[in-house]
Ligand binder design. Structure first.
Ligand code: ZN
Ligand code: ZN
Length: 465
């Protein structure tokens, strides 16, 4: 029995690990490498032979860094099963298609650019919408806590990871030549107090814990002040007849924002104002949330079962068509606009910014992490002149940061998760994946002082079980 680390080893993207039991390979995740274009592109195209011939692929959740390279694998000839939760399958159906469309758009843009510059380099998208649809056709939805034998000596059970809708921890009961072992792969872990989802489940009897470590060196601010802060920003912006722009990711963050607005309404703290969700992907994903009450926190589930929509504060309008989005951009009446992309690097939010950033009555509410060199980060840093679509523009709108909506466990969450898992079994080893080296070192130190044996594998390394 061994594990081999193909991606998200000493880094956060490209999650993919090889599990070999009884001479058969199982892939845990099949994620996209993201980041520097050329390097990520090369890694995404280099699909190893073992992966094409694997017995099964198991997906922890629908984020593209965990599922987004599956269509490439299908294109290379993988014909086996892909196990995931039913909600992950539904989410992948819209997210992989969206990823294919974006790649096509990007490739056309780069090729046009190259042509204008007189270069004859051409880039091809990794995969197309047909590959994405074929990937979904190979997915088998397995609900939480329903064990299933997926290969000789490999029994799979999903447990709630509390990170995004459908996210699961992957428990694998392994047996080889009379030896038994329980391996738990966390995928990405959520926070205990994320309003929409349940807390990460503690799985008993784990021998080897392979866990994420994204925020192994950081603490998140408290979520408790979120409603009050958001309420105050909306009320004051609408009072001065401005627009509130909320750039978000389409999965989880957008639904958390809608749910927060719904709570504000229930508390009588939301002024009557139209709320536009200007993102076809976020709209599709919100509909999928409503199909899966089983994946949501108890009070949200109850609300859905009683036919109350927790994602529909009064005044909510879906904006799908490009024409309707343009019309909305051209007006200036007070409203709340939720649009992609999360870090303001693409998507419809940029069209709104092109007109709206210069107006001092408007407000931008940043609700998530902004990576270096993104427009979101520049706004957050208070820059008063920024480039939108290559044109320098003045920023007179107020920029606010509302903390607490991270869908990832922080250092404290990770530590207490590992300790609870250790207490409920005879944990022998902790394998840290999905984290930058600094975050991993700091978590490793804390885990080691609690008597746990920790390893931090790099890409390509093999670990005997
Ligand atoms: Zn994730
Ligand atoms: Zn991830």
């Amino acid at each position: 029995m061994f594990l081999e680390f193909h991606g998200a080893a000493g880094e956060v993207t490209g999650s993919c690990h090889r599990l070999n039991v009884n001479g058969v390979d199982i892939a845990l995740d099949c994620g996209l490498f993201q980041g520097h274009r050329a390097e990520a592109n090369r890694l995404n195209r280099e699909v190893p032979e073992w992966l094409v011939h694997a017995r099964a692929v198991v997906l922890s959740h629908a984020h593209l860094d965990h599922s987004g390279n599956l269509p490439t694998l299908i294109r290379r000839g993988y014909t086996g099963d892909v196990f995931c939760t039913p909600a992950t399958r539904d989410l992948c159906s819209v997210m992989l298609r969206d990823a294919a469309l974006l790649q096509d758009q990007d490739a056309r843009y780069i090729n046009r650019h190259n042509q204008r510059e007189g270069r004859d380099e051409r880039v091809e998208p990794l995969y197309d919408v047909d590959d994405a649809a074929r990937a979904v056709a190979q997915m088998i939805g397995l609900p939480l806590r329903r064990p299933m034998l997926i290969a000789p000596g490999v029994k799979l059970t999903f447990h709630d990871a509390g990170h995004v809708l459908g996210s699961a921890q992957v428990a694998l009961d392994l047996e080889e030549k009379g030896r038994r072992l329980r391996l738990l792969f966390t995928g990405d872990l959520g926070r205990a107090e994320l309003p929409l989802l349940g807390s990460p489940e503690i799985v008993g009897g784990v021998d080897v814990l392979m866990m994420e470590s994204t925020y192994g060196d950081r603490r998140h601010p408290d979520i408790a002040t979120l409603d009050a802060e958001l309420g105050a920003i909306v009320t004051s912006t609408i009072a001065r007849r401005g627009r509130v722009y909320i750039p978000t990711f389409a999965l989880e963050r957008a639904q958390e924002v809608l749910f927060a607005l719904e709570r504000l309404h229930a508390a009588g703290q939301l002024p009557p104002v139209p709320i536009y969700i200007d993102s076809p992907l976020a709209i599709a994903i919100t509909e999928i949330y409503k199909l899966h009450p089983e994946g949501l926190a108890p009070e949200v589930r109850q609300s859905l079962l009683e036919r109350n929509d927790p994602f529909a504060p009064p005044g909510l309008c879906y904006v799908s068509q490009v024409g309707a989005s343009r019309e909305l951009q051209s007006r200036q009446d007070p409203c709340i606009i939720i649009a992609g992309s999360g870090m303001c690097e693409g998507g419809r939010i940029l069209h709104h910014f092109a007109r709206g950033l210069a107006r001092e009555e408007n407000a931008v509410v940043i609700v998530g992490f902004m990576a270096r060199d993104t427009l979101g980060r520049r706004l957050l840093e208070g820059q008063r002149r920024v480039k939108v679509f290559g044109v320098e523009r003045d920023v007179h709108a107020r920029v606010h940061y509302v903390a607490g909506l991270s869908a990832h466990a922080d250092q404290q969450d990770l530590l207490s998760f590992a300790r609870s898992t250790a207490r409920s079994g005879q944990l022998r080893k902790v394998v840290l994946v999905h984290g930058e080296p600094a975050a991993q070192r700091s978590l490793e130190e804390l885990l080691a002082t609690r008597g746990l044996d920790v390893v931090r594998p790099s890409r390509g390394e093999r670990l005997a079980l």
